[in-house]
Design a protein around this ligand. Structure first.
Ligand code: K1U
Ligand code: ZN
Length: 167
């Protein structure tokens, strides 16, 4: 397993649209293991392949306290959504920024697992918000892009300062 580098906003690679997964092979198992290690180490509650510069429809989420409930969603789709979340969200690609963006409170969707087996899922609260956030990453959309142009410009300048300080 390996810890992968997470792209930092405004890296243009975060805007690439991910392709569906068609091969459920060893390379995919390796990607999923590396993404899980990267997400838990960050630490984060979700991670999309886009964030590690792999442009395939793979996302992980684990909102459990004990890090023992990993969801692997490949080629995910949302079939139904209800309610409006009032939860601020963060992003490992946009460190230190927390904002409220429009999300369903509850979702039902379908995906395939790492072995290529289709399944349906339901999620609510933080897990539902996290899955919607990660699905946006797979479409090349970063959560700050829901905010006003002014807020986005302020965020970019804050991140650039942070990145300069970090060398
Ligand atoms: O996509 C990402 O960068 C991961 C992101 C997912 C997310 C969190 C909250 C709402 C929506 C989506 C994160 O995990 S940011 C880190 C974070 O929120 C967190 C980290 C440790 C413990 C609890 C939360
Ligand atoms: Zn994110």
């Amino acid at each position: 397993m390996a810890i992968l580098q997470i792209l930092q906003y405004p890296d243009p690679r975060l805007h690439r649209v991910a392709e569906p997964v068609v091969s459920f092979d060893q390379e995919l198992q390796r990607l999923v293991s590396d993404m899980a290690e990267t997400m838990y180490a960050a630490p984060g509650v979700g991670l999309a392949a886009t964030q590690v510069d792999v442009h395939r429809q793979v996302l992980l989420a684990d909102t459990s306290e004990r890090h023992d409930d990993l969801m692997i969603l490949i080629n995910p789709e949302i079939l139904e959504g209800k309610g409006t979340s009032d939860m601020e969200e963060g992003c490992l690609s946009v460190p230190g920024i927390y904002e409220l963006v429009p999300r369903y409170e509850w979702i039902r969707g379908r995906a395939v697992d790492a072995a290529g087996k289709a399944f349906t899922f339901e999620a609510e609260g933080l897990l539902a918000v996290c899955i919607q956030h990660e699905m946006d990453h797979l479409k090349g959309r970063v959560f700050v892009e829901y905010l006003s142009r002014l807020k986005q410009m302020r965020i970019v300048s804050k991140l650039r300062k942070q990145q300069r300080r970090a060398g």
